[in-house]
Write a protein that binds this ligand. Sequence first.
Ligand code: GLU
Length: 469
Amino acid sequence: MTVRVRFAPSPTGMFHVGGARSALQNWIYAKQQGGVFVLRIEDTDAARNKPEWTEGILSALDWIGISRGSYEGPYFQSQNAGEHRAAAARLYESGRAYYCDCTREDVQARTGSQYQGYDGYHRDLGLGPGEGRALRFRTPDEGATVVVDLIRGEPTFENRLIEDFVIARGDGSPVFLLANVVDDMTMGITHVIRAEEHLPNTPKQQLLWDALGVKPPVWAHVPVVVNEKRQKLSKRRDKVALEAYREEGYLAGAMRNYLMLLGWAPSGDREIVPWSVIEDEFRLEEVNPSPAFFDEKKLRAFNGEYIRALPVAEFIDACQPWLTGTGTIAPPPWQPEEFDAEAFAAVAPLAQTRLAVLSEIVPNVDFLFLASPLIDEAAWTKTMKDGSAELLDSAITAFETLESWDAESLKSTLEAVGAERGLKLGKTQAPVRVAVTGRTVGLPLFESLEVLGRERSLTRMRAARLRLV
Ligand code: GLU
């Protein structure tokens, strides 16, 4: 039997990191089993779907390595509506489902509780189809539904506790639970690997598989992803969109490596490993069923390591979207014609060791490409103290006559300027750095001055000096 898995996102918002994690797990499982990965866009919630969300899903998957054309699909759930209705009709005709026109208030009035599920009132009243009548599944009164789950063992649900749930609404449209099962059935899905949030749906869905006479798939409910407060990641509270991470300058390699560590780890205390190791070693059965903490700090640290591991030329390429403001990435503060690729290449190795995310390249190098630096006023106030004006005067004089404008000469010259005042290099550098780059932190100062050049560096130092009058 060929293993067939599917990833079935709903295009109702930005693509979630938890979704990306499930997609990768499906992807690897299919690969390991010599199986097929199917992409199905569950677009039946017309009010909440937007085509751009679908595009976002495809492009996000592509980014993390599930590239277009390398999987089956995408199929669209909405195109399968006929099958969904036919299945609903079959369940009705076989007596496994019945019509009901109770409102929520009716049920409440009968049961005396707003929390009680449906009470089975119409089970045997023989109501036929009609406008406003929902179709309910007749759940068995006895026995239990045992879900075979590769991660969670055999969660068992007593059938008498499962209410007669709705499978088609009053307007005849089948609900998600049924559409999802029918699609999995028609697509020959053998393994459903999806988020834990769906586990409460699973016994109902398995009952539908049984009622439709098809052997249910093997399930695997992967753990919910939580924030540092152990709350489920939510788009209102947390940064959850994969796209947001991409735009901030996370590398796809770091991201997918990190996502695979949510609830699982490779052998031997390693965390940062080549993708091929993850593909070899990942075992769905080993995924920890407990909630998985999405630790953004750790992800940042990971990303920094991935950035440092890039060959410099690749690092330079990878920075381009932030240097030029392509796509949805905000344009940098300089004009395109001010950008100087050669100057950037000269400082790139220095920047590469410092970044956790690629977007941080902009504040590190903006001083090189702007006519005058963006002065961080807080940094200015903190740094420009008594004596800064005189110090800048001396530094300007010394730099004006410097024979060779290189990092080493600049350093020894400024060191001497500081020594005259009994200042260590750090203190001497600070006003020069703020004058030239506008900030207190950044790339090594002397290399920066070397690349910026004598004239531009001195112009900035003189301008800062004037401000201190
Ligand atoms: N469309 C569902 C969702 O995005 C997934 C259902 C499933 O994987 O079975 O949550």
